[in-house]
Design a protein around this ligand. Sequence first.
Ligand code: COA
Length: 206
Amino acid sequence: MWLIDTENFEPQSLEDLLSEDERVAANRFRRPDLRNRYIAAHGGLRVLLRELHHIPLDAQAIDRNGYGKPHLMQYPGLHYSISYSGHYVMVGISEGEPIGVDVEIIRPIEDAAELMDIHFTAAEQAEVRSGGALGTCSSRKFLEIWVRKEACLKAFGCGLNIPLNIVECAHRDQMTTVQLSDSQFRTGALQYLGDPIMAWSSRISV
Ligand SMILES: CC(C)(COP(=O)(O)OP(=O)(O)OC[C@H]1O[C@@H](n2cnc3c(N)ncnc32)[C@H](O)[C@@H]1OP(=O)(O)O)[C@@H](O)C(=O)NCCC(=O)NCCS
């Protein structure tokens, strides 16, 4: 797993590595920082695939399932996941089993109470509320649970089309096992100097 800080990133070096579709997608961003972040993510992924997994650029064709989850067309056993927040990009690559990653910068969550009512289990809500008044110091606890849920859903591949509250991620200090459909997923948190908050999830092979 990699965390890329794009704050002072100059995109020229990676732009040439993008596919035609990615170039079009990058140029849809009006804000230069979002465009650069997108180029860092997709160019960075291509460098990792080439240098670490020895996949040449012309064999890195990407397709997406009906929910938008990307996969390498010629390498069905190699999986990756990308997430964005603030000026950070998180990339996870996994050999064998699908992976999901999620990164969130720490910030006040204005509608935390409503989001928790809809998406969090009772145990998760209790854990967040034990951190103090909503919207202040508890936003870290909220996000620590949120990233793990989202990483699981991204590993599963249906995104937010399945309810977040069926993924139980209370007791966030531990690695959790989650059942989704007929597969099990493991999920855990990652630390990087306390900010941003990150999580990964990977299917457990049977
Ligand atoms: C997947 C999803 C949870 C990502 O949420 P997010 O917080 O906005 O975004 P993040 O920054 O964490 O992740 C973005 C990346 O997730 C990946 N992604 C998109 N859809 C995905 C899915 N279904 N499963 C796993 N990963 C997905 C992509 O790589 C995307 O980056 P890219 O477009 O630059 O390649 C959300 O986009 C979602 O629920 N998508 C489903 C949409 C859908 O069902 N569409 C139906 C067809 S129109």
